[in-house]
Design a protein around this ligand. Sequence first.
Ligand code: HEM
Length: 226
Amino acid sequence: MQVALLPRSSIAKKALMAVTGAVWIGYLALHMWGNIHIFQGQSEFNHYAEFLREVGEPVFSYAQVLWIIRIVIGLSLVVHMVSAWDLYQQARHARTSNYAVKRVVQANYASRFMRIGGVVIILFVIFHLAQFTWVALPETALTPRVNPYANVVIGFSNPVTVLFYLLALASLSLHLFHGVWSMFQTLGFNSRRFDGLFRGLAVLTALVIPLGFATVPLAVMFGFLR
Ligand code: HEM
């Protein structure tokens, strides 16, 4: 079943995936960079979390910019996932014979991995929102909402949570690598001459963002943040 609201052409769906993926990369880069404030201490980090709500004042009212960002990344996530599902269905129906060429089989492995990794990431995001945004998990519910620093430290005091985060970040890394690489191909930046540059950018994104995120749970686990 294909989604009627989306364009029919697979190129247009891939372009939608590239643009919505780029929105998420921008968000993740800023979120990761913002998280690093935690190394400046509790009051700086909590101040930063409050700033996220006050940003844009007085032109925008309290938390309005934050809500605009939430709507943009929420819609981008939905369009990204629905386009991926649609492309998958389209490819499944178009497939009439078994693969004869090795490269096609490899591409099929990569896209299967993207689907599985995508599911891991979405499950992670739901858990993550429950933990830090909705403050709905038993271990964080006791901490006042106004103290994100304490929520982070308490949250990562559980080694199982840290392990889950690291697994999710590993999935994110592979997803970013293949995603960024495909994004350049889709947007037409695929001249052989610049292949090395685009591959390098894909590797850089896949390393810097997840490793930057991983510093926080690891710092709590090893007692640098308490
Ligand atoms: C592992 C390190 C991470 C830490 C320590 C962290 C920390 C946080 C915190 C404290 C909040 C709540 C901010 C607030 O309400 O003041 C938050 C929100 C959020 N995080 Fe993360 N995060 C991490 C990784 C990620 C990753 C990898 C993703 C996505 C794949 C992500 C996506 C989000 C989203 C979508 C929100 C909701 C933003 C909002 O609506 O306010 N985070 N994060």
